[in-house]
Every structure is written in C-alpha cells, then in structure tokens.
Design a protein around this ligand. Structure first.
Ligand code: NI
Length: 181
C-alpha cells in the first residue's frame, strides 16, 4: 500500500458520480489499503476513493484523536463499500467542515444529526449501523464525494467559508459565535 496524491477541488473526477463496486478482489483491497494509508498520512477523519483518483464507491473513516478536529469525540474506524444511508430525523446540525480536497478552508455546513447507514466491509460482508453527530457528518460528507459533491457545494452562505488560519484564530478567541450567526 502506498500514500496517494489527494485530488484537489477543480479536478473533473471529483464532480463525477462514482460507480458501485462489484468485485471484492485484489484491486479493491489495494484501493482500500491506499485509502487508509493516504487518510492517515494526511491526517484526515475520512476519505473517499475519488479523492485518490478512483471513481468507485468506497469510503474510509474514523479516528481516535485528530489535530484537524481536536474538539471531536473518537469515531470508530470503518471501510464502507457501496455505502447508503437513510435519515432518521429531519434535525440538522450546522458545524464547521473541512476536506482534504479543499485544503486550508473551513465552511459551515448543515448535516443530518442521525442516520442509518449500510454497505459492505472490505470482505464483502453486509454492515449497517446508526451514526449520529460528527460520525453521521463524516459519512454524509464522504457519500457526497461519491456523488460528486464537495462541502462548499452544500453551503447555504459562502460568507461562512473561511481560511483555516482565520478559523483557528477565531475559534481560540472569545469571538467564535460571531461567525456562526
Ligand atoms: Ni472531503
């Protein structure tokens, strides 16, 4: 396995709809190994196959502690092949999001608070579960990648698109709520 170069916003393949996986053989195992390695090396909390140039419906997520999201609780490590989800509550949470394909920026994005997800693990076994809060946010963000959607496309108001350095300054000062309103 090896770390791959992360594709950046503007690359045509990032706005394509990816293809379902039908073969759980060696090429899928290699793709998953590359996703894991790249996510780890880049310090991401999730990654989707199109981000390393492969338009197959595979995502990888999870972390124990993450420097990019220091205030977030751990999310179990998961590989989801052909992931889908249903929304369990119409309630949405607005929170800051980033993306390895949109480096240096953060934006406020509304995501459903609670979802029921399903898909297949790397062995081709059916998996499902309930995800809420940040875990649910990551799954929604990564599934969006499989549908050619990057987080800025989900933003209601581009006034809430910030450079990471500004975000960090505001969120360690007494003024963080000023940008939320
Ligand atoms: Ni992303």
């Amino acid at each position: 396995m090896s770390r791959q170069t992360v594709k950046l916003m503007g690359e045509p393949n990032l706005i394509e709809v990816s293809t379902p996986v039908v073969d759980f053989g060696d090429s899928l195992q290699l793709l998953i190994a590359d996703l894991k390695e790249t996510m780890k090396a880049e310090g991401g909390v999730g990654i989707a196959a199109p981000q390393i140039g492969c338009n197959q419906r595979v995502i990888c997520l999870g972390f124990e502690k993450n420097e990019r999201y220091p205030d977030k609780a751990a999310v179990p490590f998961q590989v989801l092949v052909n992931p889908k989800y249903e929304v369990l509550s119409q309630k949405q949470i607005v929170d800051w999001e980033g993306c390895l394909s949109v480096p240096g920026l953060r934006g406020l994005v509304a995501r459903y608070e609670r979802i029921h997800y399903r898909g297949y693990n790397e062995k081709g076994e059916y998996v499902e579960g309930i995800a809420s809060d940040f875990h649910a946010r990551i799954i929604q963000h990564e599934v969006d990648h499989l549908n050619g959607i990057l987080f800025p496309f989900r933003m209601d108001n581009l006034k809430h698109l910030l450079f990471q350095s500004v975000y960090t300054r505001l969120h360690t000062s007494p003024l963080p709520k000023a940008v939320d309103s």
